[in-house]
Design a protein around this ligand. Structure first.
Ligand code: FAD
Length: 483
């Protein structure tokens, strides 16, 4: 049985930073991944000769920390980054807005042009975003210089109101206070597509990322996210740490209240610390099924709402998008809000506008993402599931035809990844890409610690959703790991 300082179960996004930080502690690390490729959702996949990026579209909070994490982990120089010209384009029933990368002033002025009577509220909204940022900065400062902590806490209602209380306030209540104009509310809430279009979301959950969205650069990694993954693996291998793919962990053995070793089909591995990147459901339902406290932990988990699920359509076409519709010049993400209902809301990315180095120059890739309910596919027979998928593909092709006339005859490949597909690949329950709900009334942060001292959790289920927060969650874990 081989011995390590730390074993990481699953190779989802966050372990890159964990690895970088653990390596500073000179740890011997082993990563065990059940899939045949590392990186969880943040990876590429191939269908015949066609390659697609599964999930992540953009890198944000670039200046704030992401760049530094990549540098710290020695992978920054191995990668190429492309700056988006536009952040997104939104198409509403009666207006369209195109937002430039880190040009919030232009966005604000465009909104004022569209809604002149709302000028002062628009200005206030941007003030709120900046005020959120000041609070984050102050909080970071207080964490660094703890002596100021009591002062900041006493004046919390003035100094950090959103950080202290915004978690319990619904974003729709804050919005109503700002403007009653429904169209403007929509334009303010454009990021809500990332959050199940749910106006019950906690105000802080919305405002904090919104600041980064408009007030920092957004980037795209050349050769997609798999390039980041490969860069990490290269560095890890150079340093003789190990990543074993096709190694599904089947059990964690607990002895004297400590996690001692893990079992896979082929081998068993011993470690002083274990970090579980797989979801807490996998941990307690499967890996610790024989541990006496698992039942209690599962009861706790089941009380909380699991959040949203998506489907993604990956489409290669044998022509350039501009040949079908010139309007989307350089638009990377397009939010399509023509129909007000949530069921019909979708957004698409024209991937090849940003990077076409991996595809013949006369072809394009479009990825369409839309909310989807896991339950709709849960109990279907194989044939029913297949039929439902074909139905959805037809429906989406029809919708796309309204935007890109004649797209149908140019489609070379149309792959649909449903919640079920994603669950199959990552084992995440209900393909919950963001873990637990972040609604104001339901807000829940599972945290990284378990009642087993040397067993930690780290994934989108633990801290907050999305890739920066997954990375941040890992950093929290690493702080607790001792040599
Ligand atoms: C279509 C789509 C679009 C998205 N867009 C964005 C975006 O624009 N911005 C953003 O911030 N986020 C986005 N996300 C969300 C983001 O991808 C996820 O929140 C994040 O990647 C989750 O990472 P994770 O580390 O929690 O785990 P996961 O990616 O779920 O990885 C868990 C890993 O554990 C492995 N595993 C499970 N069980 C075992 C076992 N028993 N043994 C060994 N290994 C195991 C799995 O195979 C998997 O590799 C998107 C997600 C999707 C699907």
């Amino acid at each position: 049985m081989k011995e390590y300082d730390t074993i990481i179960i699953g190779s989802g996004l966050g372990w890159l930073s964990a690895w970088a930080l653990l390596s500073k502690k000179w740890q011997r690390i082993l990563v065990l991944e059940k899939h045949y490729i590392a990186w969880g959702y943040a990876t590429n996949f191939k269908r015949k000769d066609y390659e697609f990026d599964v999930a992540l579209h953009q890198i944000w909070a670039w200046s704030y920390w992401f760049k530094n994490i990549l540098k710290k982990a020695w992978v920054y120089d191995k990668l190429e980054f492309i700056k988006h010209k536009y952040l997104y384009e939104s198409i509403y029933p009666d207006f369209t807005i195109k937002v430039e990368n880190w040009n919030w002033r232009k966005f604000r002025d465009d909104l004022i042009t569209l809604f002149p009577e709302e000028k002062s509220w628009i200005k206030k909204w941007f003030f709120i975003l900046r005020y959120t940022w000041m609070q984050i900065k102050l909080w970071d400062f207080t964490n660094k210089y703890k002596i100021f902590f009591p002062f900041v806490m006493i004046f919390a209602p003035i100094l950090i109101p959103f950080l202290a209380f915004g978690w319990q306030i619904k974003i729709q209540d804050l919005l109503k206070y700002c403007t009653k104009n429904k169209k403007l509310q929509k334009a303010f809430m454009e990021l809500l597509g990332y959050y199940w279009d749910d106006y019950n979301l906690s105000a802080s959950t919305y405002l904090i990322p919104s600041y980064w969205f408009y007030f920092d650069w957004w980037y795209w990694v050349k050769w997609w996210w798999q390039a980041v993954s490969n860069a990490f693996i290269e560095v890890i291998k150079q340093n003789s740490w190990e990543v074993l793919i096709n190694y599904e962990v089947e059990e964690i053995i607990i002895e004297n209240d400590l996690a001692i070793w893990v079992k896979t089909k082929k081998w068993e591995f011993y470690a002083k610390n274990i970090i579980c990147n797989a979801s807490p459901f996998i941990l307690y339902e499967k890996l610790l099924a024989n541990w006496s406290w698992s039942k209690n932990e599962l009861e706790k988990l089941n009380k909380f709402e699991i959040w949203m699920s998506l489907s993604s359509a990956y489409i290669w076409i044998n022509t350039l998008v501009e040949n079908l519709n010139k309007n989307f010049e350089k638009s990377y993400i397009v939010n399509f809000n023509k129909d007000e209902s949530k069921e019909n809301l979708f957004w698409f990315t024209i991937t090849t506008y940003e990077d076409n180095s991996w595809i013949p120059i006369w072809k394009s890739v479009i990825t369409v993402v839309f909310f989807d309910k896991y339950e709709t596919r849960e109990n279907l027979s194989k044939e029913e599931y297949k039929a439902k998928k074909l139905e959805k593909i037809e429906e989406l092709t029809y919708k796309l035809e309204n935007i890109f006339p004649e797209i149908r005859k140019h489609i070379e490949v149309f792959e649909l990844g449903t919640p079920k597909t994603m669950e199959r690949y990552t084992s995440n329950k209900y393909w919950a890409i963001y873990g637990f709900s972040q609604k104001a009334s339901k807000l829940w942060n599972y945290g990284n610690e378990t009642s087993i001292k040397n067993l930690f959790l780290s994934s989108a289920w633990c801290f907050w959703w999305g890739f920066e927060w997954v990375i941040r969650a890992w950093n929290e874990v690493v702080k607790n790991i001792k040599k």
